[in-house]
Design a protein around this ligand. Structure first.
Ligand code: SF4
Ligand code: SF4
Ligand code: SF4
Length: 344
């Protein structure tokens, strides 16, 4: 297992209590980075409804990552698993004079795609539940994609920990796609290379947050450096310890974190509110690990403080009162500090 030392590590924290499922992030990324030939099916940013099979379909069970440091075999997701690109009947609706009769729909009905027939959710009415889960490449500290590439085409930048694919070196073997347990790498059939989220490195280099974060109307994506003690990332990950890794058992040590959803209470047969959470704790544990119950308690306690008009640094941070500071500009990394796995 390759634990890679970097000088600074950029990271993202997403508060799942605030995601609207609007897909603005997906479109922001699409418009900026994946409009070239061979990239039609690529959504480097995905937002799925949970519980559900996600994109690519059933990715959580496709293998990859590590177990006790040993690389695990993984499945190669097909273009159908990701969802074939849709073509809409624009001509018919806009140019055929049938605007009153025709409605917009895909010409080719995909069997599966992001935000297409995947809105399942869980539970039974009146206690059904769902939440949205946005995902990008996690720019992992132990990237199994990097370990699997026999060409040395994947590298993690020392200056900020962003994981990138060198398209000159990539020969399209796709071992990285099998090895990534988050299934966040796509194959470009036109260029015959693997491609993925680049954490908007040209923006990050200019101190501008990633497009998916900057455009998010829910203001739920914090971007910054893990060693910036004044920044929201350090506070959420290391001080308050409420930001959790998705599927930590994959052992790649993601640098994208999540504030878990605080479940609404169930209601009983008389429509009275109970103390039981709608989202089963076991389900959240299967996503974020065993500590998620304690994290939710911290979030609830801090939320209660605000309800009682007491102060809460954590809630002020999550509400986004400091939005011009926390969402418009990237705080600087501290010069000279070295992030090593386990040093935080
Ligand atoms: Fe590699 Fe997957 Fe981790 Fe991204 S999420 S760095 S593609 S292992
Ligand atoms: Fe796309 Fe940039 Fe967000 Fe990655 S960080 S998903 S490249 S917008
Ligand atoms: Fe959620 Fe923000 Fe993406 Fe909308 S833009 S789906 S609120 S993360």
């Amino acid at each position: 297992m390759a634990k890679i030392k970097v000088k600074h590590q950029v990271a993202m924290v997403m508060d799942l209590n605030k995601c609207l499922g609007c897909q603005t992030c997906s479109i922001a990324c699409k418009r900026l980075w994946t409009r070239e030939e061979g990239m039609d099916h690529m959504w480097w940013n995905t937002v799925n409804t949970m519980p559900g099979l996600g994109t690519p379909k059933g990715w959580e069970k496709m293998g990859g990552g590590f177990k006790k440091g040993i690389p695990q075999a993984g499945k190669l997701p097909s273009i159908k698993d990701f969802g074939e690109p849709m073509e809409l009947n624009y001509e018919e609706v806009y140019y055929s004079g049938k605007s009153q009769q025709a409605y917009l729909h895909p010409k080719n009905q995909p069997e599966w795609a992001m935000n297409w027939d995947e809105d399942q959710g869980g539970g039974i009415w009146p206690n059904s539940y769902f939440f949205y889960l946005p995902r990008i490449c996690n720019h992992c500290t132990n990237p199994s994609c990097l370990e699997a590439c026999p060409r040395g085409a994947i590298y993690k930048r020392v200056e900020d920990g962003i994981v990138l694919i060198d398209e000159e070196r990539c020969k399209g073997y796709r071992y990285c796609m099998e090895a990534c347990p988050y299934k966040k790498i796509y194959f470009n059939e036109a260029k015959k290379v693997s491609q993925k989220c680049i954490f908007c490195f040209p923006r990050v280099e200019q101190g501008i947050p990633t497009a998916c974060a900057r455009q998010c109307p829910g203001r739920l994506r914090f971007v910054g450096y893990l060693d910036d003690e004044e920044g929201p990332i350090f506070k959420l990950v290391n001080k308050w310890k409420v930001a959790m890794r998705l599927h930590p058992e994959f052992e790649t040590e993601p640098n994208v974190y999540y504030i878990p959803p605080i479940p609404s209470p169930k209601i009983d047969e008389n429509f009275k509110i109970t103390k039981e959470p709608r989202i089963p704790l076991e389900y959240l544990e299967s996503l974020f690990g065993k500590d998620v119950g304690n994290v939710i308690e911290v979030l609830k306690n801090e939320r209660m403080k605000k309800t009682e008009k007491k102060s809460s640094e954590l809630m002020d941070l999550l509400i986004g009162y400091r939005w011009p500071k926390d969402f418009f500009k990237l705080p600087a990394a501290k010069p000279g500090s070295l992030i090593t796995p386990g040093s935080l």
